[in-house]
Design a protein around this ligand. Structure first.
Ligand SMILES: Cc1ncc(COP(=O)(O)O)c(C=O)c1O
Length: 413
């Protein structure tokens, strides 16, 4: 099968947060109204984590068939859905999960919010490893808990965990939950079994419940192997909650369907009570269809899209090394997100926003969003046709060159 990842497909008019710059208050902040269609000056969005590629053809066909049926009443996952999800978990990750451990939620972020409501008492603390996916912060604080960071350490161009600090932080009895981001967004680490073992061991010794957010687990670069947290030891499997989803893997974040593995009945009951309080019953009809089809038939597409993303990364790394040595990417081991060290530019967050958005008109996620540890970094989403990546990098190169001229001749800037 040939896939057309080079093809640029307009996403305007599809309610795309990424391309139409929609924010929760409904007002486009950065919309390029003056030149909505492909002008030189259109803003290139490389921020929010979805892909600009169509998903597996078999999945799209299943959705078309379902849409043709024309009746979209209340829907609940049936046997074929569970078989597809459990089959994927067994085939790819050697998991054998009892069906009753699976809990379907309308997304991983909603799930994490509800898990905190269900399992963390007000005033308790939840540990994260900054710089990290920033909706974790809101999930913790909006639900009455406090954030504690066991911050990652950047050493020789690669991030690692700080286990001494983890032992100190988890020794605080008010730290009762830890959110493990595995693979890690934004730093792109695919944690090794040894790292996971040590992380789990320290948390377990201190009675800290681990939520392992594995939403990026299918997006792994050659030379790296993803280790599911629950596969590290039976003890971890019995005492952690795993968050999975087809949404990043097959580009269906808008279908709002994710699958948690919750081994303990008491935790499932507590979560079920929270879900009931929100009136959450049943699932998105299209999310069920897409998940099932993607897990059953999407593997070849996934292999192809990962090859394309890795080629995008190689192009980007070469381009930066040759033309923009001030921007140093941290080589990703997983995810389609690239964490780039821009500290050599010597700009604060506002000045970088002006450079990337104002001058280059490339919309990135600034590192500061991910916590103070992200200061001076930018996160690039490279799941886009190569031509968009090339255009973005060229524009950034031009903007940085102008910045240098401006610095030399401040009166002309
Ligand atoms: C680590 C991580 N967790 C969760 C999500 C979003 O999950 P969902 O769309 O299922 O709420 C993302 C999206 O980027 C992510 O990177």
């Amino acid at each position: 099968m040939v896939y057309h990842f080079d093809e640029e497909i307009s996403r305007r008019g599809t309610h795309s947060i990424k391309w139409e710059f929609l924010f929760p208050n409904g007002r486009p902040q950065y919309g390029d109204h003056a030149d909505p269609k492909y002008g030189r000056e259109r803003i290139l969005p490389m921020w929010v984590a979805d892909m600009d590629f169509q998903g597996p053809p078999e999945m799209i066909e299943a959705l078309v068939q379902r849409a043709r049926h024309g009746i979209f009443g209340y829907s609940l996952a049936g046997d074929s859905y569970y078989e597809a999800v459990l089959g994927w978990m067994a085939r790819r990750y050697g998991r054998s999960v009892p069906r009753e451990w699976l809990v379907i939620t309308p997304g991983v972020v909603p799930a994490i919010n509800m898990l905190i409501q269900a399992l963390v008492q007000p005033g308790e603390k939840v540990l994260v490893q900054r710089p990290v996916y920033y909706p974790f912060f809101a999930a913790i604080e909006n639900n009455g808990a406090q954030i504690v960071s066991n911050s990652l350490v950047l050493e020789n161009g690669r991030y690692r965990m700080d286990f001494d600090d983890l032992a100190t932080k988890t020794a605080d009895p008010t730290v009762t939950m830890a959110i493990l981001c595995s693979p890690h967004n934004p730093v792109g680490r695919v944690w090794t079994p040894e790292e996971l073992e040590q992380f789990g061991h320290i948390c377990r010794a201190n009675n800290v419940l681990i939520i392992s957010d594995e939403i990026h687990c299918d997006l792994i670069y050659d030379g790296h192997t993803f280790t599911p947290f629950d596969r590290v030891s039976p003890d971890f499997a019995a005492n952690s909650i795993i968050c999975t989803a087809p949404s990043k893997t097959f580009n269906i974040a808008g279908l709002k369907t994710s699958n948690l593995i919750i081994p303990q009945a008491e935790w499932r009951h507590r979560l079920a009570r929270v879900m009931a309080r929100h009136g959450l019953l049943g699932s998105n009809a299209f999310g069920l269809v897409a998940t099932e089809a993607a897990y059953n038939h999407g593997e070849a597409w996934l292999t192809a899209v990962m090859a394309y993303i890795q080629a995008n990364y190689r192009f980007m790394a070469d381009y930066l090394a040759t033309h923009l040595p001030q921007l140093r990417p941290i080589p990703p081991e997983g995810t389609y997100l690239v964490w780039v060290d821009c500290r050599a530019l010597g700009l604060d967050a506002a000045a970088r926003k002006e450079l990337f958005m104002g001058q280059a008109r490339v919309f990135l996620d600034e590192g500061e969003l991910f916590g103070p540890e992200g200061e001076g970094f930018e996160r690039f989403n490279i799941a886009c046709p190569r031509a968009i990546l090339v255009e973005a990098l060229e524009r950034i190169k031009t903007a940085v060159a102008q910045l240098a001229i401006g610095h030399k001749n401040p009166e002309t800037s």
